[in-house]
Design a protein around this ligand. Structure first.
Ligand SMILES: *Cc1c(COP(=O)(O)O)cnc(C)c1O
Length: 408
């Protein structure tokens, strides 16, 4: 299979960090599911902001403030168009996926009661488990778990048994960060809606790999982080249907989120500002918009098919090594491979790979229930982005074989 249309060398030149040496070796960055690298086009937007526009938004009559506000609101519009939300005001800037989930979960502490039930999947990142456990402790609501099977897919038939008239919320990730499984969220959303339950989708692993159409999905809340799709850290998006965001109480009080403040009573600003208390990461939000532009200039379809090619290429090579076991073998997955080598601790292999300049993740990947399911303490995880190459995978495989020899 060749990708003549996909000029990976040209794309790599947008990412200066990929030329870096680590431990004297050329960096091979295979930890994209933890955070992706940032292209010059996005870095330039951040420095341009501080060089030319730095000022606070929505407040000043002066020139700089108006420019900054225009760029900030322009980024919101980009996100609205890219994810196909209906309204700009349904896009809330956050500090990331974790923040977005906490805005929703803490809001429901004033809405839910003891008889209510929530459903979480077994395939979640801790940030889509713990905030809901805190909510259940406050409200007395019950948390029920949608289980997964041996190849790391959710057992949808069990979902029907968990749903009932008391189910108020369902939360599932679009793609598992630990295994790469793409979950059938369309079916989950439509099944949940039959019972009147609302659905929050954690899209942190999805938005970098394929197109997401919020209106078509009919999803109630969708959260993601900029740093997983070539944007800066500490910036993210919470999407919510207008009527649902209007129903939720504000998460934080402060400047920017108010309409009138007196000591007798304060009224809140309209969406989206009601959830954006304080001065946000203005440059970061503008850069989030630039990251979306960058991704679209390459094309998510091109990215998706090239990454799938890398996934197949690496999976075949790994499977040909004795004693390697891959966890998460769904046909429907993104370019994430979690694996172990029998008898060797993943950390020991990870350290040798690091000495050779190869960045991988080892451990639980913030998803301890998945590790418990497989009765393991952790895995090695390699995760590809569109700037990775077959050659890098070949180098990984060679180095891995050497590491296994040393450690066996
Ligand atoms: C990275 C990730 C998160 C957390 O994102 P933050 O940017 O750290 O808030 C949550 N869920 C999934 C599936 C992730 O991959």
């Amino acid at each position: 299979m060749s990708f003549k249309m996909f000029d990976v060398e040209n794309i790599r030149s947008d990412f200066p960090i990929l030329n870096k040496k680590v431990n004297g070796k050329k960096l091979v960055y295979f930890d994209n599911a933890a955070t992706s690298q940032t292209p010059t086009q996005v870095i330039d937007v951040i420095s341009n902001y501080y060089l030319n526009y730095n000022s606070n938004i929505h407040r000043g009559v002066h020139f700089l403030s108006q420019q900054a506000t225009e760029l900030y609101e322009g980024a919101r519009e980009k996100l609205k168009n890219h994810f196909n939300a209906k309204l700009n005001s349904e896009i809330i800037f956050t500090s990331g996926t974790t923040h977005g989930i906490n805005i929703v979960s803490s809001g429901y502490s004033e809405i839910l009661s003891e008889k209510d039930e929530l459903i979480v999947s077994e395939l979640e990142h801790h940030s889509n488990i713990v905030p809901w456990q805190i909510l259940c402790e406050k409200t007395g609501s019950k948390l029920r778990v949608l289980p997964m099977n041996d190849i790391g897919e959710l057992e949808l038939d069990k979902f029907d048994q968990l749903l009932n008239e008391n189910t108020k919320l369902v939360f599932v990730n679009h793609v598992s960060n630990a295994l790469g499984t793409i979950n059938p969220i369309s079916e989950i959303i439509s099944k949940a809606h039959k019972y009147g339950a609302k659905v929050l989708i954690d899209g942190a692993q999805a938005s970098a790999h394929f197109k997401i159409d919020l209106q078509n999905l009919d999803v109630d809340y969708y959260v993601t982080s900029a740093h997983k799709l070539c944007g800066p850290t500490g910036v993210g998006m919470l999407y919510g249907k207008k009527e649902l965001l209007e129903m939720l109480p504000p998460y934080q009080g402060g400047g920017e989120m108010i309409d009138q403040v007196t000591f007798e009573k304060t009224t809140y600003a309209d969406l989206p500002h009601k959830f954006e208390a304080g001065t946000p990461n203005i440059a970061g939000c503008i850069a989030f918009g630039a990251a979306i532009d960058y991704i679209n200039s390459i094309g998510l379809d091109n990215i998706n098919s090239y990454e799938n090619h890398l996934l197949q290429y690496a999976t075949e090579k790994l499977n040909s090594i004795e004693n390697v076991k891959i966890y998460g073998e769904s046909d429907n997955k993104t370019s994430v491979i979690s694996f172990n080598v029998k008898g060797i601790h993943p950390y020991d292999i990870g350290s040798i790979l690091d000495k050779m300049g190869i960045a991988v993740r080892t451990g639980q990947h913030c998803a301890q229930p998945i590790m418990d399911f497989f009765k393991i303490t952790g895995t090695l995880r390699i995760s590809f982005a569109f700037y990775n190459t077959e050659k890098e995978i070949d180098f990984l495989i060679d180095t891995l074989k050497k590491a296994i020899k040393i450690l066996s």
